[in-house]
Design a protein around this ligand. Structure first.
Ligand SMILES: O=c1[nH]cc([C@@H]2O[C@H](COP(=O)(O)OP(=O)(O)OP(=O)(O)O)[C@@H](O)[C@H]2O)c(=O)[nH]1
Length: 631
């Protein structure tokens, strides 16, 4: 994959995307970039007439978005990031700048202007390199823009309104999404398609190449980065740093084409790849050296068929604490690991090779060692350890999922089949078995800790003085909130059995005293008073009837102006787009009476209890956020 050496330069850096746009997150995730998402609070209100050209407005807005996040993260002691990326997309037609429509009428106004005409889409991008000197933030700004021309067909009023009623235009510049239904409105595109979607990836890579590989004697003879360097050029540019070598090329194998099929060219296998691409070896030449045309294979389907093998390899390596041993002692040979964990050498070697093939381990002549992301996410003491959730997935979710067929046939949870006990009796185990309780709490903690910043920064919550996190478990989200909002006090409200076991999970450091724990059952007991009630991964556990009971209790204690913050995976209205969220809904089917819901479904539930002004922030990661206010 020729572009990866450039992106590889960011591997060891703390990269932050200052954008709430799920499309930008997806474009960058798809090429294997690892980053955190901290949406900018910069309001897009710069005076447009003060800019000589529309692209200058987009570039300045992108810059201000990124600088706001860099400053906020620095000031709030959230560890200064190395690189912050901001972007802003606008549409221009007849010398007018169109941003996101504020309502359906506004969307109609925009789409009518674009109807039958060619217009320009500009995305301004800012790449801010940050450092901290004497506790002062220092920034180096690189910015650029990209223009793409798009022409709309002549569209009927009826079609425009049908499109507007689909809901798609609302969070999109110019009121359309070219990547989805909006694509049907478009006659042609001249230029970078991804630029229209919200992020000019190609130009971004060229900028990184300029920044990280300044012209040397060798490449000055070539064109100066007005194109992406070729494979050879990249090899010449490589400075031999390990991050570049994470991106491995193998000749004579396969890569995915845009249709998801395989064609013969090159294998791409990187630990930074968001999805594991199944490597299907397709020889380019037969034994006589004659080229053969490689058969197209349904790689996506083959990958899905293999998915359970990959999951189980990860689970077993985690259960055996292989990643923990390698963190402390790696690199280690298979024989040494087998000795440490008490397993067979031949079985351990195959497991380790599989983990290396999946990008979880690195294999060298010295033996096996963890990748950076394995150290961060898969060791039990990693900064964002998911170890607890991996073990929960193996011990609890795996047996439930093996009964998925029955769950689908019967439409109910499968605890009785998976564990020989009804859900209620399992709950009693939870009360009585310290081991089961701790495993569950560790699982919930790992996801809450990983997603806490995303949830806490989805909206500006600084106007709230007190919050109550209902079902807040170990307080991971509460602690993140008080770091970000130092004037906030958070009460974590959960069952007595949970509260009694929270001490192990408590962080040290600033503002921890602002988090307190209160035990109770939110269906039965009085709720603590607060300006903001938080329900993170709670509503998806319950059917609508129970949610009404809970929301009416919250509504009864909420004063006007108080709010609810929900954190859930939000489905699109047609329930067809986000496979992770749709699979999560199956996950709720096998074990609860709940389900994942769409934004409109949550809105309807909330509005029935007097909560209005419902705002939804699709984060595109593990949790989305919904904020509403009691009127
Ligand atoms: O064809 C498409 N055109 C545009 C989009 C999406 O539109 C928005 C543009 O808005 P903006 O640049 O202000 O970005 P936000 O979404 O508000 O997020 P920030 O937090 O970065 O301000 C952008 O999301 C594009 O992806 C589209 O999807 N298709």
């Amino acid at each position: 994959m020729v572009l990866n050496p450039v992106l590889g330069k960011l591997v060891s850096k703390r990269v932050v995307l200052a954008s709430a746009s799920p499309r930008r997150q997806e474009i960058l995730t798809n090429v294997g970039l690892r980053f955190e998402v901290v949406p900018s609070w910069f309001k897009e209100t710069l005076e447009k007439s003060s800019f000589a050209a529309p692209y200058e407005y987009a570039v300045e807005t992108a810059k201000q978005k990124a600088l706001e996040v860099a400053n906020r993260m620095h000031v709030k002691h959230l560890r200064t990031p190395d690189v912050v990326i901001g972007a802003d997309t606008i549409v221009t037609v007849d010398e007018q700048i169109l941003e996101k429509p504020v309502d359906k009428q506004d969307a109609y106004r925009m789409l009518s202007r674009l109807n039958g005409k060619e217009h320009s889409v500009f995305t301004g991008v800012a790449i801010i390199h940050c450092s901290s000197k004497d506790n002062q933030l220092e920034t180096e700004v690189t910015d650029f823009y990209e223009e793409t021309k798009v022409k709309f067909s002549d569209l009927s009023e009826e079609l425009l309104w049908e499109y507007i009623h689909s809901g798609e235009p609302m969070d999109k510049a110019g009121g359309y999404g070219i990547q989805a239904l909006g694509g049907m409105l478009v006659e042609y595109v001249h230029g970078d398609f991804l630029n229209v979607v919200g992020f000019p990836l190609n130009h971004f890579c060229k900028k990184l190449a300029e920044l990280y590989y300044p012209p040397s004697k060798h490449n000055v003879q070539h064109k100066k980065y007005d194109s992406i360097p070729s494979v050879d050029t990249f090899e010449n540019l490589s400075d031999g740093e390990s991050e570049s070598s994470n991106f491995t090329e193998h000749k004579g194998a396969s890569k995915l084409d845009s249709s998801g099929m395989c064609s013969s060219e090159a294998i791409y296998n990187s630990e930074n790849s968001s999805s594991v691409t199944t490597a299907l070896m397709v020889p380019l030449e037969n034994q006589n050296g004659v080229s053969e045309s490689a058969a197209k294979l349904p790689s996506k389907i083959l990958e899905l068929m293999d998915g359970f093998r990959a999951s189980k390899a990860l689970f077993v390596a985690s259960k055996l604490k292989i990643f923990d041993h390698l963190k402390d002692k790696g690199p280690l040979k298979a024989v040494d690991i087998a000795d440490e964990v008490g397993t067979s050498v031949c079985g351990t070697e195959r497991l380790l090779d599989a983990c290396a093939g999946l990008g979880l381990l690195e294999k060298t002549t010295q033996g096996y060692s963890n990748t950076d992301s394995t150290n961060t996410y898969l060791t039990s003491d990693g900064e964002y350890s998911l170890h607890g959730y991996v073990i929960h997935s193996n011990d609890h979710l795996w047996p439930l999922f093996t009964n998925l067929e029955s769950a689908v046939k019967e439409g109910t949870r499968q605890n009785h089949r998976a564990f020989g006990k009804k859900a209620e009796d399992l709950f009693k185990d939870y009360y009585h078995s310290q081991e089961v309780k701790q495993r569950f709490m560790a699982a919930m903690h790992s996801i809450a800790h990983l997603t806490a910043r995303d949830v806490a920064t989805a909206f500006d919550l600084s106007r709230f003085r007190s919050a109550c996190d209902l079902g807040g478990c170990t307080g991971a989200l509460a602690h993140e909130l008080v770091q970000i909002y130092p004037n906030l006090k958070v009460t974590v409200f959960d069952l007595p059995e949970v509260i009694a076991n929270t001490s192990y999970f408590q962080p040290s450091g600033q503002h921890t005293a602002q988090v307190t724990f209160v035990s109770g059952d939110f269906f039965k007991d009085n709720l603590p008073e607060a300006d903001l009630y938080i329900l993170s991964r709670v509503l998806h556990d319950w059917p609508d009837e129970k949610i009404h009971v809970l929301l009416s209790k919250v509504s009864a204690v909420c004063k006007p102006g108080c709010g609810i913050l929900l954190a859930e995976m939000v489905l699109d209205d047609e329930k067809k787009n986000r496979s992770t969220a749709l699979l999560q809904s199956l996950n709720m089917l096998v074990q609860t009476e709940g389900k994942e819901r769409s934004g409109s479904e949550y809105q309807a539930l909330l509005e029935q209890h007097g909560f209005t002004n419902v705002k939804i922030r699709m984060r595109g990661n593990l949790l989305d956020a919904i904020l509403c206010v009691k009127t």
